[in-house]
Design a binder for this molecule. Structure first.
Ligand code: FE2
Ligand code: FE2
Length: 474
């Protein structure tokens, strides 16, 4: 059965049965396509890309592979299947039936949560729009575009909620999601990190591993929401998100692997010698980890937050995998947060009501998740017989948000004076020279199966295709 996907919106939300909503979305759709053409991947719009498309939410339909030109991608609207008689799982409304409509008293908070999440999706596509020109392989180029089209679909997912549940304000917000742009001086994206361009592939892999993982954790929290359409939307988005984490994880792993190969060929760990061979030395990889991890942990917000407390109390935003906790009320519970006594120059602790510490709780879960990949990369290093350990810096390091923001710390979490920081920061985060070196490596490689010299080939291709498959037809 041929479906004209350019005019019809694939969905499992019975759009046909809701003409008003269908018309609203169909009038937003051309604006979206214009946005994609102007702000999405630069060029490559007419090339066939081997992409995964969700055509339904079941095991067979959610990952259909085939060659697609990106502007023809079938961005659809999919909610995970409803859980029969779903109840709110935490906070003051625990045990009440989940809401199918927006409760009046939470309307503006819910709208803000959805808009903030929605804004990051197109923002990341904009940040990455020039990367296609300097891809290390066709395999990687395809992965970039896969991530981009899925972030586009995540925007659709949020716009659906705005159109379906927030009336006129929702429609206005949906338009504005296409009008703000990453890095725009007048109308920037909402969150600061999403206004920085990503102009090299090491940064792209770091973004997918660290920043996008923040997205995963936000989605996990919203997947617990008492507002059922939001919960179901986010649950389905998480299935796609796994691939984005994979791109980051395996990207960093392959860069590390290449460094190790060169180290062993040359019989040295001298960074200059590794660079001479066109590979990225491990200390430089560590600096990029320090940079991207520290900017991602800021995204979880202040450690002590009354907003976070009310999101939880009101049943709007839970903890990731809420079901794994025993106490879903948390009114009586406390959580120990660290702080810094600048006068005494030492770390202090404070017990705060658990609900107010939800950002810190979620951030800790995120950090534990980040550590899993690092362990894997280190196994590779040990196996190669090299003595080096990649690590996550202390959460105090280079923070702009929360209790650490006004002070400086080294990657081990030791306090530093502002002068010490200024003097030593190039030891810990990419210096202008490091960035120039990484940039110098970014030469496009676009013959099937060929890889740039700074990255090892992947272990396997996409969807059982060989690594040298023509993933993008140029
Ligand atoms: Fe996303
Ligand atoms: Fe993502």
């Amino acid at each position: 059965m041929a479906i004209d996907y350019k005019t019809r919106i694939p969905n499992n939300v019975d759009l046909d049965g809701n003409r008003r909503l269908q018309r609203a979305l169909e009038s937003w759709q051309p604006h979206y396509i214009d946005w994609w053409r102007q702000m999405g991947p630069d060029r490559f719009l007419e090339n066939d890309v081997y992409l995964r498309t969700a055509t339904s939410v079941d095991a067979k339909g959610w990952a259909t592979y085939g060659a697609v030109k990106m502007p023809d991608y079938r961005w659809g609207i999919f909610l995970a299947d409803a859980v029969p008689d779903r109840r709110i799982g935490f906070g003051d409304h625990k045990g009440e039936p989940a809401w199918q409509e927006v409760p009046g008293e939470y309307r503006s908070i819910l709208r803000r949560l959805i808009v903030t999440q929605g804004d990051t999706e197109p923002a990341s596509v904009e940040q990455q729009r020039m990367l296609g020109h300097i891809c290390p392989s066709l395999y990687d180029l395809r992965n970039l575009f896969q991530v981009n089209v899925e972030e586009g679909r995540h925007l659709w997912a949020m716009v659906y909620l705005l159109h379906a549940h927030f009336g006129r304000d929702g429609r206005e917000e949906a338009e504005e999601l296409l009008q703000r742009h990453s890095g725009d001086a007048d109308k920037p994206r909402i969150l600061a990190t999403f206004n920085e361009p990503i102009d090299d592939w090491l940064s792209f892999f770091m973004f997918c591993y660290f920043t996008d993982r923040d997205g995963k954790f936000q989605l996990k929290c919203l997947a617990e929401s008492g507002f059922d359409p939001l919960a179901r939307t986010c649950r389905f988005m998480l299935t796609e998100e796994a691939h984005h984490m994979f791109v980051g994880d395996t990207g960093i792993q392959r860069v590390t692997k290449r460094a190790l190969e060169v180290m062993n060929e040359l019989g040295t760990d001298d960074p200059a010698a590794i660079r001479e061979q066109g590979a990225i030395d491990l200390p430089t990889i560590q600096k990029y980890i320090n940079f991207w991890f520290s900017s991602a942990v800021d995204l979880f917000g202040a450690d002590i937050s009354s907003n976070a407390a009310s999101y939880f109390a009101d049943g709007l935003k839970g903890r990731p995998d809420e079901g794994r906790y025993e106490d879903h009320d948390c009114r009586e519970a406390f959580f120990t947060v660290e702080g810094f006594d600048a006068a005494k120059g030492k770390i202090v602790t404070e017990d705060v009501p658990m609900r107010k510490a939800m950002n810190a709780v979620v951030r800790n879960a995120y950090i534990a998740d980040c550590a899993i990949g690092v362990k894997r990369w280190n196994r590779l290093i040990t196996k190669a017989g090299q003595d080096f350990e990649l690590r996550l810096p202390s959460p105090r390091f280079r923070r702009d948000v929360g209790v650490w923001a006004d002070f400086q710390f080294d990657p081990d979490g030791n306090p530093l004076s502002a002068e010490e920081w200024a003097q030593r920061k190039d030891e810990w985060i990419p210096s202008p020279d490091d960035r120039a070196f990484i940039k110098s490596l970014m030469q496009p490689v676009n013959k099937p199966g060929k890889m740039a010299g700074w990255i090892a080939p992947p272990d396997r291709g996409i969807n059982n295709q060989p690594v040298d498959y023509e993933y993008v037809r140029l």
